[in-house]
Design a binder for this molecule. Structure first.
Ligand code: DQA
Length: 157
């Protein structure tokens, strides 16, 4: 059975392709969605890609992931740098949580050097363009496989 994974995207990311292409590239949000779904298919994951400009909606999606025990890949976009509400929501997750960024925020303006969500993430992948998402999905697949192995061993013990 394929594992469901939510790939959540924060503000302005639907404008990929036209938004600062020198920073984020010329491919669109639809291209990103297709890339994530394809990567998911190869990895045995059922990937659902969503985007919102609304902090409340993003938090509701994280609650849904917590209630359904779903792994999450999230690009919180600008919420990364200031949303304690999103961090508190993400802290409630029980599965793998990978923070991703298209650009490398550490190499950009000072305000982007702080991530208020990194401390509750399993790990962070940044700076690889859209490939950051593929690497994040690979990490989720590996972590799920490890957990399945642990559960199997526990059941046989
Ligand atoms: C971003 C980096 C953030 O600093 C910025 O606010 C974004 C996109 C990235 O993917 O590189 O909107 O998360």
């Amino acid at each position: 059975m394929n594992h469901r994974v939510l790939v959540l995207n924060g503000p302005n990311l639907r404008r990929l392709g036209t938004r600062e292409p020198d920073v984020y590239g010329s491919a669109s949000f639809e291209d990103l969605t297709a890339l994530c779904r394809d990567a998911g298919r190869r990895l045995g994951l059922e990937v659902e890609v969503r985007q919102t400009d609304d902090e409340a909606e993003m938090i509701r999606w994280v609650h849904e992931a917590a209630d359904e025990r779903l792994p999450v890949v999230i690009n919180p976009a600008a919420f990364t740098h200031y949303s304690y509400a999103l961090r508190d929501a993400l802290a409630q997750l029980n599965g793998p949580l990978v923070e991703v960024h298209i650009s490398n925020p550490a190499a950009r303006e000072e305000f982007r050097h702080t991530s208020v969500v990194a401390g509750v993430a399993t790990g962070t992948i940044a700076g690889f363009g859209f490939m950051s998402y593929v690497l994040a999905l690979q990490a989720v697949a590996e972590l799920l496989a490890e957990n399945a192995g642990d559960a199997g061993r526990a059941a046989r013990a």
